[in-house]
Design a protein around this ligand. Sequence first.
Ligand SMILES: NC(=O)c1ccc[n+]([C@@H]2O[C@H](COP(=O)([O-])OP(=O)(O)OC[C@H]3O[C@@H](n4cnc5c(N)ncnc54)[C@H](O)[C@@H]3O)[C@@H](O)[C@H]2O)c1
Length: 96
Amino acid sequence: MKKILITGALGQIGSELTVKLRDIYGQDNVIATDIRITDSEAANNGPFEILDVMDANKMMELAKKYNVDTIMHMAALLSATLKQSRYLPGTLTWAV
Ligand SMILES: NC(=O)c1ccc[n+]([C@@H]2O[C@H](COP(=O)([O-])OP(=O)(O)OC[C@H]3O[C@@H](n4cnc5c(N)ncnc54)[C@H](O)[C@@H]3O)[C@@H](O)[C@H]2O)c1
């Protein structure tokens, strides 16, 4: 059985993806993670963990804890300002 960890799971795409994948693979087989928590279906109806994707050690820890075989990255910072800058230290966004 697949074990999927989704980052940015409370965003626009991640929240819908989490619900759909839980329908397909089972509630306990899709681990939703995000840097924040909201009162939402993705956070409330299945495993949820706070995870900053910049924290590689915690990501590894969670992957081992849940025996994850697939990671889907939906974590993102979307804004025109970020896209115009080059690299902003401490953020996720690289401008190319
Ligand atoms: N929304 C769209 O229509 C669309 C279309 C095509 C592609 N995409 C791509 O899909 C991805 C997600 O887009 P979205 O619209 O869901 O964005 P969103 O802003 O709605 O969600 C991003 C999520 O990432 C989380 N996040 C931010 N920084 C984080 C960090 N350091 N660690 C963990 N989580 C963090 C936020 O809390 C948020 O829940 C992006 O790469 C975007 O370019 C989106």
